[in-house]
Design a protein around this ligand. Structure first.
Ligand SMILES: [Zn+2]
Length: 358
């Protein structure tokens, strides 16, 4: 890998946090939690206020919820102030009930209503609707600001809509839009899986530090977000979209973001696509890619083991043993207000510090 007009935001009213949780920190702590090919990413502000994006899978005796609780414990928090469910697929929404049995969840943020019509996804969605009724529910729209003390959290995509005005300081023409190729042969197929393309995506700023979390927003939806102008600007850390699947992560997105480090929440055989690795390899600004799992299908394209949190392949172990594995490793990011940050692999303690952006 080579070492490479402010939108009019409507303030989004969310139940205020009555008091910070017990925590004394100068850093924004981010945990990219291994949920075996699902997604769960925990952000904890220095104030102790927390934002969890997605909850992993259901079942498995609460395996994924337990892993989220372990990260919360490490961060010194005892509740989730804001849960963003990016979209209503099982690998993102599924663990919410088991998590709510373990940690109180105050605010539920999502894109509103599922567009999946099958019986099972509808039933899962209805169960989630019941759960979110226990807290305060908010349907978010692009441009909304989520009030997390000490952080600048902006919704950049939701329910198929994207920002129409750039974030502060962004809006430059995006040269990587040239030659953008839509996936799918015609306009009707452009947006592919309807729930994925409705993902809630968010920009998160902490002082000079900038990152984005995309959910499973699709490649084709990245076009209106990033073209012809880059509405996000550069980021320090790219939380790789859609588990690293090749159906997201276009050069128009990733080149424009100019990340210095990236963390991919892939499973052994989920996400981690060859095109994603190839694209990330061409990003001059990118110093390192960190992976939550070794990606079996791409072989030598994987990073050095130091950068990979989990090396096991569940295909090689007994099914029962695999689903009940309690121990897993996360990638942790400690971000500082000056834009510098340190990424640590909890499996081996290997870490790397990235200085403030020039
Ligand atoms: Zn997913």
């Amino acid at each position: 890998m080579r070492t490479i007009s402010v939108a009019l935001m409507c303030l989004f009213l969310i139940t205020p946090t009555p008091h910070a949780q017990n925590r004394d920190s100068d850093t924004l702590d981010i945990y990219v939690i291994d949920v075996e090919g699902g997604e769960a990413t925990l952000f904890v502000a220095p104030s102790g206020e927390s934002l969890l994006v997605d909850t992993g899978w259901p079942g498995f005796d609460g395996r994924d919820a337990n892993r989220i609780v372990a990260a919360a414990k490490d961060a010194g928090i005892t509740r989730i102030d804001h849960l963003v469910v990016t979209h209503f697929h099982t690998d993102h929404m599924g663990g919410a009930h088991q998590l709510a049995e373990r940690l109180p969840i105050r605010n539920y943020l999502d894109h509103g209503v599922t567009v999946d019509e099958g019986e099972r996804p509808r039933a899962a969605f209805e169960r989630y609707v019941t759960l979110r009724g226990d807290g305060t529910h908010h349907t978010v729209r692009p441009g909304d600001s989520v009030p997390v003390t000490g952080l600048d959290v902006r919704i950049i995509a939701s329910d198929g809509a994207v920002l129409t005005s750039p974030l502060a300081g962004a809006g430059q023409p995006n040269p990587a839009c040239e030659g953008f190729t839509f996936h799918g042969a015609d306009i009707l197929s452009r947006y592919g899986d309807a729930e994925d393309q409705r993902s809630v995506s968010a920009f998160i700023g902490f002082g000079q530090f900038r990152t984005v979390i995309m959910g499973d927003l699709t490649w084709n939806k990245e076009h209106p977000l990033m073209c012809p102008d880059n509405k996000i600007g550069a980021v320090d850390l790219y939380l790789v979209s859609h588990h690293g699947s090749d159906t997201s992560g276009s050069p128009a997105l990733v080149e424009a973001l100019q990340p210095r480090a990236a963390v991919m929440n892939n499973g052994p055989r989920k996400g981690g696509g060859p095109q994603t690795f190839a694209t990330l390899n061409t990003i001059d600004s990118l110093e390192d890619l960190w992976q939550n799992h070794y990606a079996v299908p791409v072989g030598d394209a994987n990073m050095n083991e130091r950068f990979i949190a989990n090396l096991q392949d569940f295909a090689s172990v007994d099914d029962d043993e695999a689903v009940h594995l309690e121990s897993s490793n996360w990638i942790h990011i400690a971000a500082r207000r000056d834009g510098s940050f340190t990424v640590t692999n909890s499996r081996n303690g290997f870490s790397r510090r990235y200085g403030p952006r020039d």
